[in-house]
Ligand binder design. Structure first.
Ligand SMILES: *Cc1c(COP(=O)(O)O)cnc(C)c1O
Length: 392
């Protein structure tokens, strides 16, 4: 027996359960069509909602910034890594989101790891939606606070947990995903806000899939619901609709100031790179200039979801361009994904632990980069594979 045998056995168990991650490799820029493992396929699974990941304006801005400022930040933000680009980006993001201040991180994941432990500690309690993203869950665990999960998008369950538990703790935080990434449903933020206000609890929303998607011109979930000034902390990412890489926290300036002092990934992990920051700035320019890309995204999503329903697929509870195609058992989802790939469509299967057991699915990500003809090709492939595998 070697001391890594257990890992080999675990990996075999994953393979047998249809839960092993078969990782495909992309050999082309992001866009509606990709080269995946050497084959040209229609891209139905990246988070490149607006097609910005290979947008000429972002590419040009990144190149120019490298010529002027080099590539790396050379340090953490709090020592020598804060460059004019970071400060500019934070100002622009705050204005775009309509908040007092914003701070950037290396990713949405690190933004959550920075924010939650800075706001609550071991004498405190967090009320967390049961289906929150892994980075929220990890941030909650890192904080050492008591974590109380409430039922998904269920404000009654949230309030009940608050009534039972709040008195036992020093401070509290309510945290929810804005758009739930695996189902595409939207948190009932106005109702959650009313509860937060009633009990005077800090409210945080992770808008990773709402940034660049929801609200006017992609200003996010707070704009979507007209809750400006009411949500204390908005976490977001520039790795999805913005097409680049990076995290944001937007909200009250006192919270942003506190994160500059106590956000551990800000203090102990180097800053966003030069080209990333420059490309993100250009993404803000594009979004402020026009709502055209966001409008196209929603037109595409509405069309695709309606056609999938007509074909007889179960697309769950989505309210956004995220389109889950519910299949049930993980091996079926994996087989469906393989057949789609053979038919020229790249859409990955998602199973446990990303989604609950028995709720495996193909998750289609619609983008403004898709032409109507691309969507029709995708629909045709779904129809053929769905019939072949007896799903429709
Ligand atoms: C994708 C995602 C993140 C992580 O964002 P990255 O910038 O990719 O690290 C965080 N939270 C939610 C809800 C997400 O969907």
């Amino acid at each position: 027996m070697s001391k890594t045998d257990w890992i080999t056995q675990e990996i075999e168990a994953l393979q047998n359960a249809g839960l092993y991650n078969h990782i495909r490799t992309i050999g082309s820029p992001q866009g509606a069509w990709l080269s995946v493992d050497g084959k040209r396929v229609l891209n139905f699974c990246s988070n490149n909602y607006l097609g910005l990941a290979n947008h000429p304006a972002l590419v040009a801005a990144a190149k120019k910034s490298i010529d002027e400022m080099g590539v790396g930040p050379g340090a953490v933000r709090s020592i020598a890594g804060t460059m004019t680009l970071h400060v500019e980006l934070e100002k622009r993001l705050a204005a775009f989101k309509g908040v007092e201040a914003a701070i950037t991180f290396q990713s949405g994941f690190t933004a959550n790891l920075a924010t939650i432990p800075a706001l609550v500690g071991k004498e405190d309690v967090i009320f967390s939606d049961r289906l929150n993203h892994a980075s929220i869950i990890d941030g909650c665990r890192l904080s050492g606070a008591k974590i109380i999960a409430y039922e998904h998008n269920d404000v009654k369950s949230l309030e009940k947990q608050i009534q039972v538990n709040l008195k036992d703790f020093r401070r509290a935080l309510i945290v929810t995903d804005g758009v739930f990434s695996m189902d595409g449903d939207i948190a009932p933020l106005p109702d959650i806000y009313e509860v937060a206000k009633k009990y005077d609890i800090l409210l945080m929303v992770d808008d990773a899939h709402g940034e660049g998607v929801l609200g006017k011109g992609g200003r996010g979930i707070v704009d979507h619901f007209g809750l400006h000034g009411k949500v204390d902390v908005e976490v977001g990412t520039m790795s999805k609709a913005f097409g680049v890489m990076g995290g944001i926290v937007a909200g009250k300036s006192v919270i942003v100031e506190w994160l500059r002092q106590r956000g551990r990934p800000f203090l102990f992990s180097s800053a966003m790179t030069v080209p990333d920051a420059a490309a993100c700035l250009t993404a803000v320019d594009l979004l402020e200039d026009s709502t055209q890309l966001v409008d196209k995204l929603w037109d595409n999503a509405k069309y695709f979801k309606a056609e999938m329903k007509t074909l007889g697929f179960n697309t769950g509870v989505t309210e956004t361009p995220i389109t889950p195609v519910m299949l049930g058992e993980a091996p079926l989802a994996q087989q469906f994904s393989r057949e789609l790939y053979e038919a020229g469509v790249f859409a990955m299967a998602i199973g446990f632990p990303t989604v609950p057991q028995g709720k495996a699915r193909i998750r289609v990500m619609i983008s403004a980069a898709h032409a109507r003809d691309d969507l029709d090709k995708g629909l045709e492939a779904f129809k053929n594979v769905g019939k072949k595998l007896g799903v429709i």
